[in-house]
Design a protein around this ligand. Structure first.
Ligand code: SF4
Ligand code: SF4
Length: 329
């Protein structure tokens, strides 16, 4: 069984499904959304954050680095400073272990299913009282279908509500289908309905995603759609019409739609991961709420039961459909 590294187990999460939840973030995603606000979950391999502001150039990391990725060099003023060349890094994480100022931190931990369960089940009482549960997110849990199935099965055996957050990318339905018996809610990210844009910008064909989604509907799975609304990618009138038209045809099968307005919170992580130059959304501002109002209105008019801006929030199953942002219609 291919087992993912875990980047975070977030307790008391209110936006990844109904009620109070614990969200498990697996590391690894086949899509390359350039606006991703969780870039630390894209690469399935271990990485480290390096925070230059905390670095005192002590050279402890350079002393243990086996590959020459961390070295001390003399700068123009004749001071010895740290030089980091990530292309030489062999991901041994020795530098993290010796750094005394927390300038380095490992991203991605090995965890057994037992260890994850121990952490996740500690809030079981809150799940029960709030109509919550556990959400397996990422990255994409479908990159690790057997692991996800086993974790979900063990959670179900403990009578815990299980959601998975995925782009539904696998090319074969046979990868997704077994999860029907152990997953209560599929939260499916639909980044765009424009085939060309999907392929060119995200690097993955839309076809298998739509096929899997149709099969989830056919199987009567409980499905919510996440739409990340991203400036100059999928926020035009045409994009909104495409979403509304497509989802109207599936309104009866849908639990609801959550609109996630693009935000800049992940920006700093690109720099910490040494990928600052690859981040194309630097300085791009969030859309004002009025911009997404036509999409919200259109989805409501299309008969979607629950439309939220920002994801499901609230305590108790009735409360779970409240919007984070109050919008006037
Ligand atoms: S051990 Fe930490 S503080 Fe010292 S040079 Fe390396 S990163 Fe900087
Ligand atoms: S993780 Fe990379 S930079 Fe750090 S000690 Fe190992 S090889 Fe060097």
């Amino acid at each position: 069984m291919k087992t993912p590294l875990i980047t975070e187990i977030q307790r008391f999460s209110l936006q990844d499904g109904p009620g109070i939840r614990t969200t498990i973030f697996v590391k690894g995603c086949p899509l390359h959304c350039p606006w991703c606000h969780n870039p630390e979950t894209q690469d399935p391999r271990k990485e480290f954050y390096y925070d230059q502001a905390r670095c005192v150039n002590c050279g402890r990391c350079a002393a243990v680095c086996p590959s020459g990725a961390s070295t001390l060099i003399e700068n123009e003023e004749g001071r010895r400073v740290l030089n980091l060349d990530r292309s030489k890094c062999v991901r041994c994480m020795r530098c993290v272990a010796v750094c005394l100022t927390d300038a380095r931190a490992t991203v991605g931990q090995e965890m057994s299913i037992e260890e994850i369960l121990r952490e996740a089940l500690s809030d079981k009482l809150f799940f029960k009282n709030s109509g919550g549960g556990v959400t397996i997110s990422g990255g994409d849990p479908l990159l690790y279908p057997e692991f996800t199935h086993e974790l979900a099965r063990r959670l179900k055996a403990e009578d815990v509500h299980v959601a998975i957050e995925t782009s539904c990318f696998p090319k074969q339905w046979i990868t997704v289908e077994p999860l029907l018996e152990v997953v209560d809610l599929f939260i499916v990210d639909l980044k765009s309905l424009d085939r060309k844009k999907h392929q060119e910008v995200i690097g993955w064909s839309l076809e298998p995603i739509l096929t899997n989604l149709e099969l989830l509907f056919k199987s009567k799975a409980n499905v919510r759609i996440h739409i990340p609304v991203v400036p100059d990618f999928n926020d035009s009138e045409r994009d909104f019409e495409d979403y509304i038209g497509y989802l109207r045809n599936h309104a009866d099968h849908l639990d609801g739609v959550d609109i996630l307005n693009y935000h800049v919170y992940g920006e700093g992580k690109y720099t910490l991961l040494g990928r600052g130059e690859s981040y194309l959304y630097e300085g791009v501002e969030e859309n004002p709420p009025e911009k997404i109002l036509p999409l919200v209105k259109g989805l409501k008019q299309a008969g979607i039961r629950s439309v939220t801006v920002g994801g499901l929030v609230g305590i108790g199953t009735e409360g779970c459909n409240r919007n984070r942002l109050t919008l006037a219609f």
